[in-house]
Design a protein around this ligand. Structure first.
Ligand code: SF4
Length: 273
């Protein structure tokens, strides 16, 4: 596990120098394990600063429990934790967006808003990198989802550790570690295994892709690794400079592809009901 994580970290070249890394911690097994692993690798280095960041999307009976879990792991490791909420910034919660029953699953809204709030906060904290707990399974699902939606630009945006205007480089140290290994790590290090799942997840297409991939992996072991190997080769076909460079959103100033960020676009849709 540590060997795979170190290999990925070396490829990012972030930890070679003085750096501040914000770790997105949802309170589940992957993100708390990520915080635990980074802490075990770097706590002895004075030039590396870790800050945990949790987002409260406003999901009753679920998110308060996971934020408590984040708080307890961060306290145990003596890492500062920052919590930001949808309600404070966007004046709406994920539960309220889900109640509107838009054709898009609530996860589309929730995911876009969370990603933006993570980036905005990491930037405000002066982070050199934003680390997320996506494991091999998550990454393979995302690649497949983008194929299914035919969204090749978004696929290229998954490129690891990119330098983009207004965006803190995102790193995914667990991207080569299968979910099952993460669960074993969480059990053996007394980390939270989960607090049930988000009540909105049954509406997510990602769940269907996850089940399909698990089925394929069972019948054809190595499928998830192959998807990621293929994706890494596809990335080499388009050099980083040729692809997306964000411009500031004319409404909120956050990075966007065409002058209005996805977050403002979705919020407009939500506010119209
Ligand atoms: Fe948000 Fe969907 Fe994740 Fe729930 S499952 S936290 S609604 S993205």
């Amino acid at each position: 596990m540590h060997r795979k994580v170190k290999q990925v970290l070396r490829s990012y070249r972030i930890f070679n120098k003085n750096c501040k890394v914000v770790v997105a911690v949802s309170g589940g097994k992957d993100s708390t394990a990520l915080l635990h692993i980074l802490h075990s690798l770097f706590s002895s280095r004075k030039d590396v600063e870790l800050i945990a960041l949790s987002i409260d999307e406003g999901i009753e009976d679920y998110r308060p429990l996971t934020i408590d879990a984040s708080r307890s792991v961060a306290k145990r490791l003596d890492v500062p934790l920052v919590v930001k909420s949808f309600q404070d910034l966007y004046k709406i919660t994920s539960d309220q967006m889900a109640a509107q029953n838009h054709a898009q699953a609530p996860c589309t809204f929730c995911g876009v808003l969370r990603k933006s709030l993570l980036n905005r906060t990491a930037r405000e904290l002066g982070a050199d990198a934003l680390a997320t707990g996506h494991n091999l399974d998550d990454e393979a699902q995302t690649v497949l989802l983008n194929y299914i939606k035919g969204d090749i630009d978004r696929l290229y945006r998954l490129r690891p550790s990119r330098e983009l205007n207004g965006m803190v480089p995102r790193i995914k140290p667990l991207r080569r570690v299968p979910e099952k290994e993460m669960a074993i790590y969480a059990i053996t290090h007394d980390l939270p295994l989960g607090h049930g799942s988000c009540p909105h997840i049954p509406r997510a297409i990602r769940l269907e892709v996850k089940n399909m991939l698990n089925d394929l992996e069972f019948k054809h072991p190595g499928t998830k690794y192959s998807i990621m190997r293929g994706f890494d080769r596809i990335l080499q076909l388009r050099p980083p400079g040729e692809s997306f460079q964000p411009i500031p959103c004319s409404k909120c100033g956050e990075p966007s592809s065409d002058g209005i960020c996805q977050c403002c676009r979705l919020l407009d849709q939500v506010m119209q009901g």
